[in-house]
Design a protein around this ligand. Structure first.
Ligand code: TRP
Length: 450
């Protein structure tokens, strides 16, 4: 029989853990660079709109189902289904989610490994080990493998410790650290020459670009990725919330923190690019567009840091440390989804479950690294562009159509006795029923056609 379930010990702990899951490379890396090349503040507005109108309702669907069932995605979707066919489809959706989560972790760990390597490179720079720094910052199979494995080991280590001792403890430590280092970096970069130009690019809206059809799909994908939706990670975190908590409020806070950090990261990344331009680093491609995301982080910024001398080394250390923390609080949530499933449905102990699944995912990452050109982009596209929105669609159907409305209301009333009179109950149920599924399908169809 499985061991008793964990639970977050406090509201703060949950918010840190869920915000930790949400805030990751997607926010600090993906969002600012996409905003930069897609209409600046206009992209920001589209993104904000999608985050609150589409991603938040889906997040709520996951949190509510999770807390009601106090179980992993597979068990939870089974529980809310009234008949055998729906139970089976629900379980299949849950399992698909776990598989998608594992594949997302397999590429995420590779990228996070690079962050870790760059972080270490700043340290070796500091003590003058030039050859080591070179190895750490050059793309090679050996380095990629070593740091992917190191990062996976950290993730497995935290997850083996369980909900309170692992996830909650580490998220509550790392998230405040993340916020402080981010704010300090923003302040510092804004004082440098060229920063204001970057700020302008970020904040002046260009609606023509932001409303281009392909872009809305991208922004939706970004919003889903950023809130960790569709694969059962938020559902499992929801299942560890105590029954006394007011769920719509908690979900709203998590969405808010996630968006604020993405916006804040924009104040760092874009000004930094223009500071780099000022010190002679090329930031535009031949066609005049801002250069793409990975080149930005792993070429432009390091060159900028190099040009800053000793200060640059410290800033570089802080920046890649920040990225590593952001990635770690996210990767643990990805691993927790399949781990909780094997514990609850197959009766494994937590430690061996975490180790075994971590190993399988590391093997997938290794396969990706061995066929990098062919697989890396493919895995990202399939999991995030198609997998997540489609699974999000299924969660909406289960929350909106399959699950009985009365039980849903009862669940909401646990943490808020007057829930039926609140705004959330007036809007959300019909919203996840009609609006969210329709919009997801529309955007999806459009992306398939274009
Ligand atoms: N939201 C995280 C980010 O912005 C990534 C993440 C964590 C994630 N858990 C997830 C993405 C589950 C998809 C599914 O980087």
């Amino acid at each position: 029989m499985a061991s008793p379930r964990g639970e977050f010990s406090s509201r703060f702990g949950f918010i840190m853990a869920a915000a930790g899951s949400a805030v990751g490379l997607g926010n600090i890396w993906g969002f600012p660079t996409q905003a930069a090349s897609n209409g600046g503040a206009a992209f920001l507005l589209v993104y904000l709109f999608l985050a609150f109108s589409l991603a938040y309702p889906v997040l709520m669907a996951e949190l509510i189902i999770g807390r009601h069932a106090h179980a992993n995605a597979v068990g939870a979707l089974r529980l809310v289904s009234p008949n055998p066919v729906l139970r089976r489809v629900g379980a299949a959706t849950g399992v698909t989610g776990l598989i998608v989560a594992s594949f997302i972790l397999s590429f995420y760990a590779i990228v996070a490994g690079w962050m870790l390597a760059y972080c270490l490179a700043a340290l070796t720079d500091l003590v003058g080990l030039t050859a080591a720094s070179l190895w750490l910052t050059e793309f090679s199979l050996g380095r990629n493998l070593a740091f992917m494995l190191l990062f996976m080991a950290l993730t497995v280590g935290i997850i083996s410790e369980g909900v309170q001792q692992g996830i909650e403890r580490w998220s509550s430590r790392l998230m405040p650290l993340l916020l402080v280092s981010l704010v300090l970096l923003v302040i510092y970069v804004l004082t440098l020459e060229g920063a204001m130009e970057g700020l302008q690019v970020y904040l002046l809206p260009d609606f023509e670009r932001a409303l281009a059809p392909g872009l809305i799909v991208k922004a939706l994908g970004a919003a889903f990725f950023s809130l960790s939706l569709g694969v059962g990670t938020m559902l499992i975190y929801g299942s560890y919330i105590s029954d006394e908590e007011n769920l719509p409020l908690l979900g709203g806070l998590v969405t808010l923190v996630d968006i604020c950090i993405a916006v804040l990261a924009g104040f760092l990344v874009l000004p930094a690019m223009y500071v780099a331009l000022h010190s002679g680093v090329e930031i535009f491609t031949a066609s005049g567009a801002l250069i793409s995301e990975d080149t930005l982080i792993f070429t432009v910024l390091p060159r900028l840091f190099d040009s800053m001398g000793l200060v640059g080394v410290v800033v570089s250390l802080a920046f890649f440390f920040l990225m590593t923390i952001a990635a770690l609080t996210s990767s643990i949530s990805m691993l927790e989804a399949p781990v909780a499933y094997t514990i609850e449905e197959h009766g494994l102990e937590r430690k061996p479950a975490a180790l075994m699944i971590g190993l399988v995912i590391a093997m997938i990452s290794t396969a990706i690294l061995l066929n990098f050109e062919a697989l890396f982009g493919l895995v990202i596209a399939v999991t995030t562009r198609y997998g997540q929105p489609l699974l999000g669609f299924m969660f909406c159907l289960y929350a909106g159509w399959v699950w009985h409305r009365d039980t849903l209301l009862q669940e909401l009333r646990k943490g808020n006795a007057g829930a039926e009179h609140g705004l959330f109950w007036k809007i959300w149920p019909s919203y996840v029923r009609f609006v969210c599924p329709c919009i997801i399908v529309l955007i999806f169809a459009q992306s398939l056609l274009s």
